[in-house]
Design a protein around this ligand. Structure first.
Ligand code: ZN
Length: 292
């Protein structure tokens, strides 16, 4: 089958067909086509995609924001294997500031606080592992980590760094104490089905960390202003599911998860920054830890 589009037909969270159109721009539109040309370095065959349009919808039953149509299977393969700039993505990780690794370490330590067992007895799945840097950080804390990733280039890189990469998820069962999914669910054609499948591989009481771009304010923006490439949470082709904190919690609840109240992590050295982070993490952000 050729690269093209497929219709989702309904809200990927609640299955409702009752939706409003927030945005509908033809791929021939100069501003949109210009952004896609630049972002994907001219690799997207826009002439072949001219029949489709970049459409963002708003479910009127659960208020989820999502793209429809989305690329078909061949289109998704082309997007993630060929169109995305792998070299730039790897470069970003290889030349990251210490802050990124500090963030990874803090995430692992937050999980450690909630995981009752010794690290060598804990299995973590890094779902949508990317290049493997978070997996490596979790390994450094003593955990057994398995990375799952579609991109073969990223899998090879992670393996070369010593990450245990799996090509298929195991059969459903009590496999993982924790599942980490950083910037994954915004990309998936069937996010709820994927999360349910992950939960079927989680141990009772296991943890699921989900981080997605923040779509807060997108509806207001699109009501009042034109589309802009800076609206990353609805990026064409890639960010086909757009979450707010509220819809992320509703999404996870549908898969049988509930949010975990994180322990307070203030320290006197940066009390004001710590308070701001605590408030954001508890009430505003779209990175949330859940439990089954
Ligand atoms: Zn819905």
């Amino acid at each position: 089958m050729a690269i093209g589009f497929q219709s989702r037909g309904h809200c990927p969270l609640c299955q409702s067909e009752n939706r409003n159109t927030l945005l509908d721009i033809a791929y021939t539109d100069e501003k949109l086509a210009g952004h896609i040309e630049a972002f994907y370095q001219g690799k997207v065959p826009l002439k072949r995609l001219k029949s489709g349009s970049y459409r963002v919808l708003h479910c009127q039953d659960c208020y989820f924001i999502y793209q429809d149509p989305i690329l078909n299977h061949q289109g998704m393969q082309a997007l993630y294997l060929d169109w995305v700039d792998h070299a730039a993505s790897l470069n970003k990780k290889q030349q990251a500031k210490a802050r990124l690794y500090r963030q990874y370490a803090m995430q692992v330590q937050s999980l450690a606080f909630l995981l009752p067992n010794r690290p060598d007895q804990v299995c973590i799945l890094d779902y949508g592992m990317g290049w493997g840097y978070w997996s490596r950080m979790a390994q450094a804390h003593g955990y057994k980590v398995y990375g799952y990733e579609l991109s073969t280039q990223r899998c090879e890189h992670a393996r070369a760094m010593g990450v245990d990469v799996i090509e298929q998820l195991p059969e459903a069962g009590e496999h993982y104490d924790c599942i980490y999914a950083n910037q994954v669910f915004e990309h998936l054609p069937d996010p709820l089905g994927s999360l349910q499948s992950l939960c079927a591989r989680l141990k009772p009481g296991g943890l699921v960390y989900i981080r997605v771009p923040d779509g807060r304010g997108i509806v207001d923006w699109l009501d009042n202003r034109d589309w802009s490439p800076e609206l990353d949470a609805i990026h064409p082709f890639e960010h086909i599911n757009c979450f707010t904190r509220k819809s992320l919690i509703a999404f996870a609840t549908r898969a049988g998860l509930k949010p975990v109240n994180l322990p307070l992590r203030l320290n006197w050295g940066s009390l004001w920054g710590g308070i701001q982070r605590e408030i954001a993490d508890r009430y505003l952000t779209t990175h949330i830890l859940f439990t089954k």
